[in-house]
Design a protein around this ligand. Structure first.
Ligand code: ATP
Ligand code: MG
Ligand code: MG
Ligand code: MG
Length: 476
């Protein structure tokens, strides 16, 4: 089943059950705790916290998501995209656990000729929070799952909150057993590649107070209006229904991967390291396309830096596979053709999007050579001095003058057996930001957007990757 069809069936199923169809919000979000939307519930947060009143009791959406936290996983696991689409159904004080579980079970297992996804019920596992006997009982009754495939888990995996006082509650996840080829038996506790999570149901039931972590806070009581927030990974469902090994081989990314293989002359499936690179290319080119389409421009800070990092990683992976010509003019149109059936604006805006992407690749190509020389010299010197850690100042110079995203420096240094002083790099980045802030104060200028980001960064520290990743709050 094609991804576009999986998306259509989801929206139809929930619309038929009284859910209002809501279009995806753009990836860059005004939410001050995030750079990009990372879960389907983000645009609905004010409804869940009670700040705003929802115009409907039920909604459904397919939300574009970017998770910077997962970038390092891309191509290495079978299931993490930097961009992905989260299908969701939401109840604002309307239905609760019983219907949420029933809907997810029905849509997942109803036969394909009856509008469902036709997953084999005997291969589905569910998890519940260990305190949540109610959900266990509903699962038993609604799905007929045997007790040993309803796994109880603790706060770490099965309790949800936004990380601040407000709504919280247990969650329940659905997993699909992909079979012994993917790992050992025993359920999601044992192996999350074999047992792949495809849907998460959040039951917002309690009000929490202040306190750290996943459980270091008091539960103040039951919410007056209980909510449902669910997220089904569209690409994950597609990988199951298309019978492919991983997310990057589904119909919305495989053509990019194949084109990269053709360009570089590398055969996919012949060598693990090359395969990872091909998957990174497929993932990152698509993510770059979606970010550019939503108005993010490459830059040295914040959202722009995420995009820069992603585009440059894709370009570098292509070069490492032996292709030295500009890669994006080859690959980006393929990504557009994969995605424009669901996002027609990609075709309409392609002129602008592609100019920005190709410009970024050109800029990268111009500095890559010089930067590589600088890096190699620094690495040699470090080794000659008997060290194994490249100074933070070198990484900062490469970032600032040669446009090397920090992970490029990390990767290239690692290839030569050298680490990088990340703390030193972060400190220099912080200093630079402080200087920029002082300048901005002097000029009394600065766009609102930048100001909002600054607030976040002030609260969270340095702008290197780790800090951005720390900004991503728990959701769905
Ligand atoms: P995992 O444990 O596999 O990393 P998660 O628990 O972090 O997933 P959730 O935050 O529960 O994921 O998000 C809801 C759903 O979105 C998941 O069940 C999964 O289907 C999908 N999803 C999450 N992260 C990704 C990703 N990086 N790429 C593709 N799909 C994802
Ligand atoms: Mg995750
Ligand atoms: Mg999980
Ligand atoms: Mg989850």
């Amino acid at each position: 089943m094609r991804t576009a069809e999986i998306r259509r069936r989801f929206l139809d199923y929930f619309a038929e059950r009284g859910h209002h169809r809501v279009a995806s919000a753009p990836l860059p979000t005004p939410d001050p705790t995030l750079l990009f939307i990372n879960a389907g519930m983000v645009p609905f947060k004010p409804y869940f916290t009670g700040e705003a009143t929802p115009p409907w009791d039920r909604a459904t959406s397919v939300q574009k998501c970017v998770r910077t936290l997962d970038i390092e996983e891309v191509g290495k696991t079978t299931r993490h995209g930097s961009f992905f689409q989260m299908n969701g159904n939401f109840s604002f004080g309307d239905y609760f656990k019983e219907d949420a579980i029933r809907f997810a079970w029905e849509l997942s297992t109803n036969p394909q000729d009856q509008g469902g996804y036709g997953l084999d019920p005997d291969r589905i596992w569910a998890t519940v929070h260990h305190s949540d006997d109610e959900s266990r009982e509903i699962w038993r009754r609604v799905s007929g799952l045997p007790d040993d495939r309803i796994v109880a888990r603790g706060d770490e995996d099965n309790f949800w909150s936004m990380g601040v006082p407000g709504p919280c509650g247990p969650c329940s996840e659905l997993y699909y057993d992909r079979g012994p080829a993917y790992g050992p038996a025993g359920g999601p506790e044992v192996d999350e590649d074999r047992y792949m999570e495809f849907w998460n149901l959040v039951f917002m039931q309690y009000e929490r107070g202040a306190g750290p972590g996943k459980s270091g806070f008091p539960i103040l009581g039951e919410l007056p209006r209980r909510n449902i927030d669910t997220g089904m990974g569209l690409e994950r469902m597609a990988s199951l229904l298309q019978g492919v090994d991983n997310l990057y081989e589904i119909d919305e990314t495989r053509p990019i991967l194949d084109h990269a293989a053709k360009l570089t002359g590398v055969r996919y499936g012949a060598d693990h390291e090359n395969d990872v690179r091909l998957r990174v290319i497929a993932d990152h080119v698509r993510t770059g396309l979606m970010l550019l389409a939503d108005g993010t421009a490459p830059g040295n800070e914040g959202r722009g830096y995420v995009l820069r990092r992603i585009l440059r990683r894709a370009v570098r992976a292509t070069r490492l596979l032996g292709y030295q010509d500009p890669a994006l003019p080859e690959l980006l149109p393929v990504a557009r053709d994969c995605m424009s059936p669901s996002y027609p604006e990609l075709a309409e805006e392609f002129e602008r999007i592609s100019q920005q992407a190709y410009g970024e690749e050109d800029a990268f190509r111009k500095t890559l050579k010089q930067g590589t020389t600088v890096l190699d010299t620094a690495v040699e010197k470090t080794k000659a001095d008997g060290g194994s850690t490249l100074a933070g100042a070198q990484a900062f110079l490469l970032h600032d003058t040669y446009g090397f995203p920090i992970d490029l420096t990390l990767e290239m240094a690692a290839e030569q057996g050298v680490e990088v002083d990340r703390d030193g790099f972060a400190a220099l980045m912080a200093e630079q930001r402080e200087r920029a802030r002082a300048d901005a104060r002097n000029r009394k200028a600065g766009a609102a957007d930048t100001a909002a980001l600054r607030t976040v960064l002030d609260a969270n520290g340095p702008t290197d990757w780790v800090a951005y990743e720390a900004l991503e709050t728990e959701s769905t």
